[in-house]
Design a protein around this ligand. Structure first.
Ligand code: PMP
Length: 449
């Protein structure tokens, strides 16, 4: 059996980096100018940190493809880390945005369509009550506050390999038995507020829950921020049952997973929880997120709503939350794009993508597995699929991934960032999947030892 040949990988990397730099000279010049007014020359430094090559400057998108300032085109399989799953120029979203601005961008009062959105979400997920935020990070922040208030406990439990956004409560990891932040700038107390255990390990979870100090267990149904880890059969039902036994609330974060199946994995797998977080503008590219909650939780929040200049209530909301753009984007996404038929199509294309990758691994005698869930695929560089975050991280080989990204970019394909897909969008077709698979096969053939 073969593996990555490191010499070949290094040679491919230097050839492809030189080609990339040559093709993207205008982006590089723009970055040089931009560095005088923005950190790393980008409006959000994470845009730079995501890649091991210089940032592209983009002019526009068309369906699933975007164009850089040098005129190169990129068929996108990163789908803006799930924030644009309907293509860059979806006509329903365009119309909704035009209507929003004709209606008025925001009133700090509700519009009727907010009811349509929340009724639709309640119907498709079974979770009855909903609130808007601008980001999934913001939604998780509010969920944690509510859980702390209800349980009168402080700690949040997450699973190794987790990501729930840029919030102080969860940007921590466990290494050598110690919990520590994996970013700079968190309060010193942050490590005291979190427990981290392996996914798919009920005994480890129960041991922590037994202590009686966990307010909330927060997880994605399938971990999608460390490549892809799926729950073992019955695992998430057992997690919920344990949470109930020990008086802990349970939140499913479907900021990503909602794009995998109609009604999210909550509906597809018939999952129960106290909270459900959705995000990434449901894939429209318009910034908003939502969280849902059970009737019991909603009753509590209702009784502890913050009234201006009144008694303290639960801290929630922000001046730009639930604006007209967010609400009309959510409505059109749910009614016109996130339909059962369209999910069936992305699931079919995702299967084609995963089967194609697996065929390449087999043909090239790489003992690897194609990750697969709905429209999501990926590269597991081992013969067994990962059961938890630690196993999944063993497949995050940054040299392999960053070289693959360069190679694919030079062939007109924008591959997924290190911890993610590739993922199929609602704008992709069979021909697009074939284009990805052909470039991926060529890359794998070039670096297999
Ligand atoms: N939860 C999950 C599961 C996510 O994947 C992400 C983003 N990758 C977030 C929350 C945070 O989303 P945002 O950056 O929009 O706040």
């Amino acid at each position: 059996m073969r593996q990555i040949n490191r010499d070949k990988l290094q040679r491919v990397k230097s050839v492809e980096l030189a080609a990339f730099n040559q093709r993207t000279a205008k982006s590089e010049a723009m970055l040089k100018r931009a560095k005088k007014s923005m950190v790393r020359g980008v409006p959000m430094s994470w845009m730079y940190g995501l890649y091991r090559h210089h940032s592209l400057y983009v002019t526009h998108g068309d369906g699933p493809t975007f164009f850089d300032v040098d005129g190169n085109s990129y068929l996108d399989f990163n789908v803006v880390d799930l924030a644009v799953t309907m293509g860059f120029t979806n006509s329903f979203v365009q119309r909704a945005m035009e209507q929003s601005m004709q209606r008025g961008a925001h009133f700090l009062l509700p519009i009727e369509e907010a009811i349509d959105v929340c009724e639709n979400l309640a119907e498709r997920t079974g979770v009855p009550f909903w609130q808007f935020t601008l980001t999934a990070s913001g939604a998780n922040t509010e969920v944690i506050r509510i859980a702390r208030t209800i349980t009168k406990r402080n700690k949040v439990l997450v699973f190794a390999g987790h990501y729930h956004g840029h919030l102080d409560d969860t940007m921590l990891e466990k290494a050598d038995g110690q919990i520590r932040p994996y970013v700079l700038g968190l309060p010193h107390s942050a490590a005291k507020g979190v427990e981290i255990v392996p996914f798919n390990d009920l005994a480890a979870l129960e041991e922590k829950l037994k202590q009686g100090d966990i307010a909330l267990v927060l997880t994605e149904p399938a971990l999608s921020n460390c490549t892809l880890v799926q729950p073992e059969p019955g695992y998430l039902d057992a997690v919920y049952a344990l949470c109930q036994r020990y008086g802990t609330l349970f939140c499913l974060d479907e900021a990503h997973n909602f794009s995998f199946a109609y009604g999210g994995l909550t509906r597809a797998w018939n999952l129960k929880s106290d909270f459900l977080v959705l995000g990434k503008g449901l894939g429209t590219g318009i910034p908003f997120a939502l969280y849902g909650m059970s009737k019991e939780v909603a009753d509590f929040v209702d009784a502890h709503t913050q009234i201006d200049l009144g008694e303290p209530g639960i801290a929630a909301g922000g001046t730009t939350y639930a604006n007209t753009l967010s609400i009309l984007a959510a409505k059109t996404a749910l009614e016109n794009v996130l339909t059962p038929e369209n999910y069936a199509r992305t699931n079919y294309l995702g299967r084609t993508l995963a089967q194609g990758l697996q065929a390449s691994f087999d043909q090239l005698e790489l003992p690897w597995r194609a990750l697969h869930l709905g429209p999501r695929s990926g590269y597991c560089l081992k013969p067994q699929l990962p059961k938890n975050g630690a196993e999944a991280y063993e497949s995050i080989d940054i040299e392999f991934i960053s070289t693959r990204k360069l190679f694919m970019a030079n062939r007109g394909v924008w591959d997924a960032m290190a911890t993610a897909g590739p993922q199929v969008s609602f704008a992709h077709t069979d021909a697009h999947i074939a284009q990805y698979l052909s470039a991926a096969h060529e890359f794998l053939a070039a670096i297999a030892g």
